[in-house]
Each structure stands twice: as structure tokens, then as C-alpha cells.
Ligand binder design. Sequence first.
Ligand code: ZN
Length: 120
Amino acid sequence: MNRCMEIQAQITDYIDGTMTPDRLEGFVGHINSCEECREELNIYYTLYLGILQLEHEEEEVKELYDLDGALAEELYHSERQIRRRHFFQGLRYVIYTTAFWCILLAALLQLRIFADMGMI
Ligand SMILES: [Zn+2]
């Protein structure tokens, strides 16, 4: 199974919003760099919006969506979600690293105190 087939098999998950964050990143990255898969996503997304509009016909009929714009917006949100996730992963790394050095420093200081007291 090549990458494009793999990605295209995930399109419905993407549209349903049931994709895990890890897969989402690979998916969006591929969609942004592969014309063929983007085209495929566009078709599915257009169908999806069409169905959505049928289901909500009685509500104010949105002036026929700018479909490319809607998909672009969807992808933009996905990218923001991915960036936000990277940011928090980075933050967590910084916090863990800082905590590690603080504990190490505390242990060293404690050792020095024991040494000064002649206990070691
Ligand atoms: Zn592809």
C-alpha cells in the first residue's frame, strides 16, 4: 500500500474528525504536498458539505459555500491544532527538563551540606 492510498483511506476519518493527532499531522502534511490526494480530499469534502446542506435545508440556506475556501479553512484549523500540540509538547519538555535539573541541583546541594558537616 503506497502512501497516497494510505492517505486517501483516511479521508473519511479526517472529515469525521475522528483522526488521532499523530495521524492528523501525517495526513495534513501529505495533503499539502500531494496534488492528487488534495484533489481526492476536495471531492469528498464537497460531497460532505453537500450532504450537510441537504440535512439543514430548512435552516437559512447558506449561500452556496465557497467550497475550496471551506476546505482550505478546514486544513488551516488542522494545522493550527498540530502547531498547538507541538507547542505543548515543547512546553512539557521544558518543564520536565527544568524539573530534572532542579532535583539534581537540590541533591548536589544536599551532598555539599553533608560534606560540610563532615558526614561524608
Ligand atoms: Zn498522495
